[in-house]
Design a protein. Structure first.
Length: 465
């Protein structure tokens, strides 16, 4: 067999799917997995594609099977396993060889690994789309050196999802820029999912709808402004029947959300950047609260359950609230990406990020096309300042307000929708209330304030005497 053009380490769900995708696109690939039996199973699963795959048992054989300069994708769990794998590879590699980390790495780790790469090339690659995406076309967000991207791009573009023929894979800046974009993708993913879960909660608890009706509602919404992968799978999840009980599968799923941490990283990094992403933060907090099941049950017994039968909300108003919430959430996510790009000197093209998210990834949606357009037309502007999204808000902020207010009156928790509304109200208020904060700070700590009338800085109030 000819030397492989690329190597892949880690034949877990995502790694195996990506390896088959690469082989299917005509590239010869060598693979290696720590547990050799997994490689044997993988070769059986590969079927006809096995002809393009070189399975290897020893790491040295894997490296020797690659054409030089080598390109190796790591699909191992984020964290220490990546460092261990790089350390094991290093003595076997030569200057100019390329390592691509395709896991969900923390961008700080990727920054450090890229800086320590020395004479190797290093690419931190965010890969989105789950197993199906990896197999048939993921969305990919790269960061590292330009030379690393230039080497990897032909293969990555070939295997990526396509939107109108354009591959959903791009380079967003040095070091951890790609993994940072993936992290924010996941923060938005958490927020999108939480907004949907809140709409589901109002339909279920406030309007007493069954899962079939809920599935129908999401199906209908999926043909409007909310058209997206997440809306589509929400309808499918609501409609699914449990083979054991014969009833809706949703009714047998424990209401405690898991999380591997990328949404939380978004919230943490937003604070480091002093960037406002309250909808994402609310979504992370909601997952944390969801885990406290026993305590929630105890408090329901103590205070009573929220009354149901909320007749004052229409399905159209919930749809409107979701549209407004989604637009506000993405506004925050892109603003955070811009802040990070400035802080780290990445020069990330936000419009290109939106383009890469249009297909293949979990948050792909019809709206992302308009977002790409808006961010290209007016770079640096907030998404809600673009005419198309300003229109969405003009049309739907009253619904958002109504849904949040009615949910609050009836005791239904809607933290992400509430956060979206509070953000909108704060951002469209020219004269805010932080003059009081500044007054207080100056009163107790002589921190000084800026005068509104003269612009004079470091002023003090009469309490200074
Ligand atoms: C993707 C997803 C994926 C993520 C899962 C689970 O883009 O394909 O974001 O990378 O790992 O969605 O994430 P949580 O366990 O944190 O929910």
């Amino acid at each position: 067999m000819a030397e492989a053009q690329i190597g892949l380490i880690g034949l877990g769900t995502m790694g195996a799917a990506l390896a088959l995708n690469i082989a299917e696109h005509g590239f010869d690939i060598a693979v290696w997995n720590r547990t050799a039996s997994r490689t044997v199973d993988f070769m059986t699963e590969a079927g006809a594609l096995a002809a393009r795959v070189t399975p290897t048992e020893a790491l040295a054989d894997f490296v020797a099977a690659l054409e030089t300069p080598r390109a190796i994708i790591l699909m191992v769990p984020a964290g220490a396993p990546v460092d261990e794998q790089i350390a094991a590879l290093r003595p076997l590699l030569a200057p100019g060889d390329l390592i691509i980390d395709g896991g969900n790495a923390n961008f700080h780790d990727t920054n450090a690994r890229a800086a320590a790469a020395g004479d190797l090339l290093y690419l931190g690659l965010g890969v989105s789309g789950g197993e199906e995406g990896a197999r048939f076309g993921p969305s990919m967000m790269a960061g590292g050196s330009q030379a690393a991207w230039d080497r990897a791009a032909p293969i990555l573009r070939a295997i990526a999802a396509r939107y109108d023929g354009t591959p959903c894979a791009d380079f967003f800046g040095e070091g951890g820029a790609g993994h940072f974009v993936k992290t924010v993708h996941n923060g938005i993913e958490y927020a999108d999912m939480q907004l949907i879960a809140e709409a589901y909660g109002i339909l279920r608890d406030g309007m007493g709808q069954g899962t079939d009706a809920i599935a129908g509602t999401f199906q209908r919404w999926n043909s409007g402004a909310l058209e997206s992968y997440l809306t589509e799978i929400t309808a499918a999840v609501a409609a699914a029947q449990d083979p054991v009980t014969g009833g809706p599968v949703l009714e047998v799923i424990v209401d405690a959300a898991g999380q591997k941490g990328t949404g939380r990283w978004t919230a943490i990094e937003a604070q480091h950047l002093a960037s406002a992403v309250p909808v994402i933060e609310a979504a992370v907090t909601a997952r944390n609260l969801s885990a406290q099941r026993d305590r929630r049950a105890g408090l329901e017994a103590l205070f009573g359950a929220a009354p149901s039968h909320l007749t004052t909300i229409s399905r159209d108003q919930i749809e409107g609230a979701l549209i407004a919430g989604k637009v506000l959430c993405y506004t925050q996510g892109f603003e955070m990406l811009g802040a990070a790009s400035r802080a780290h000197g990445w020069d990330t093209d936000l419009s290109a990020v939106a383009r890469v998210w249009r297909a293949g990834c979990i948050i792909r949606s019809a709206m992302l096309g308009d977002m790409a357009e808006a961010l290209m037309t007016a770079p640096g502007a907030l998404l809600i300042e673009a005419p198309v999204f300003a229109d969405h808000l003009r049309e739907n902020h009253a619904s958002l307000r109504h849904v949040v207010a009615e949910a609050a009156r009836h005791g239904i928790a809607v933290p992400a929708l509430s956060a979206a509304l509070a953000y909108f109200d704060a951002m469209r208020t020219a004269r805010g209330t932080a003059n009081m904060i500044q007054g207080q700070r100056d009163y107790f700590g002589r921190h000084g304030f800026v005068r509104l009338d003269t612009g004079a800085e470091d002023q003090h109030g009469p309490w200074a005497d």
